[in-house]
Design a binder for this molecule. Structure first.
Ligand code: DDH
Length: 296
């Protein structure tokens, strides 16, 4: 199978909780971004460093979060990664502060921390990724292109390369896009998906179903806007989840059942971060406490 072995040489749980706390405290202190949080862009970094995995690629540049290769220009310059340097720079001080912490571990832990601190579910996480060289940079066009508007395309990414089911991909996209916004100077798209872009919710699913989405009248890329407030957006790939009946039934399920939505998301996001990695039996999944739970 197409996997890399994670190192068994890891720190004790308490050390990773310390790194988690450092990231969480920085998230709390620095609010000079968009809607007041760097959390969403950290989630996107965790997803984009993992989402390059191709289960069918037996070569050295198989992608996934293992190798930390987005530290190279070669991977940063993938057009789909535009805007993610912000998240890398946010986390960089912790790479220096903590020895024996790989980029893959740092960036995935950043995503876990952001989701939990933005009131999301607990995400199980394991360390042991290793920084590899330039020859491990994955090819472009693995991360999804938002302008594509067919179920076939979205499936080719999530099912074909990443090995997720329809239900899992709907869950990942919809909870991910409850957070943050699009930036004209990054992707060329514009605006948030929900009214609470710094909270992990199932609102994306409700809005996708309930609102009347029209093609936005503007000079930019084709995107959709809600008819009632004209302040929200959907990407062409997001609209596919509503149009394709096989996806839509899961949109309906998650719109109705927030608890199931959050527990499914926790499980599938955790597995997304571990695509293409085999962990030694000695490495048990870690679950971190939020700052609030620690009284911090
Ligand atoms: Fe996404 N996403 N995403 N996304 N995403 C963007 C922003 C954010 C696609 C396109 C875009 C997931 C899946 C897809 C987040 C999480 C997740 C932007 C805007 C585009 C474009 C970037 C910018 O301009 O700054 C496409 C296409 C797909 C797809 O799968 C078809 C998934 C699976 C997740 C996840 O987290 C599991 C988050 C968070 C953001 C907001 C970032 C920010 O800075 O705010």
């Amino acid at each position: 199978t197409n996997v890399r072995e994670a190192s068994a040489d890891i720190k004790p749980f308490e050390e990773y909780q310390k790194i988690y706390n450092d990231i969480a405290e920085k998230l709390r202190e620095e609010d000079d971004r968009d809607d007041g949080s760097y959390g969403p862009v950290l989630v996107r970094l965790a997803w984009h460093c993992s989402g390059t995995y191709d289960q069918n690629d037996p070569s050295q540049n198989k992608g996934g979060s293992y190798a930390g290769t987005m530290r190279f220009q070669e991977e940063q310059n993938d057009p789909e990664n535009a805007g993610l340097k912000v998240a890398q720079d946010f986390l960089e001080p912790f790479k220096t502060k903590y020895s024996n912490l790989s980029y893959g571990d740092l960036w995935t832990l950043g995503g876990v921390c952001a989701i939990q601190e933005l009131s999301g579910p607990k995400i199980k996480w394991r360390p042991g990724r290793k920084d590899l060289g330039l020859d491990a940079v994955p090819p472009y066009h693995r991360l999804p292109d938002a302008s594509q508007e067919t179920g076939e395309y979205v499936r080719s990414v999530f099912n074909g390369r990443l090995g997720f089911t329809d239900q899992e991909m709907v869950c990942l996209i919809g909870v991910g896009h409850a957070l943050g916004r699009c930036h004209v100077d990054a992707s060329g798209y514009d605006g948030p998906w929900t009214f609470s872009p710094t909270m992990v919710t199932n609102d994306f699913f409700k809005l996708l179903l309930d609102e009347d989405w029209k093609i936005r009248d503007w000079d930019g890329k084709k995107q959709y806007t809600d008819s009632s407030t004209k302040s929200l957006m959907m990407l062409p790939t997001d609209m596919v989840l509503k149009k394709d009946s096989k996806f839509r039934k899961y949109v309906e399920l998650y719109a109705k059942d927030e608890e199931k939505c959050m527990s499914d998301f926790a499980d599938v996001f955790s597995r997304l971060l571990e695509r293409g990695i085999k962990f030694p039996n000695s490495t048990k999944p870690m679950v971190f406490k939020t700052l609030e739970e620690q009284g911090l």
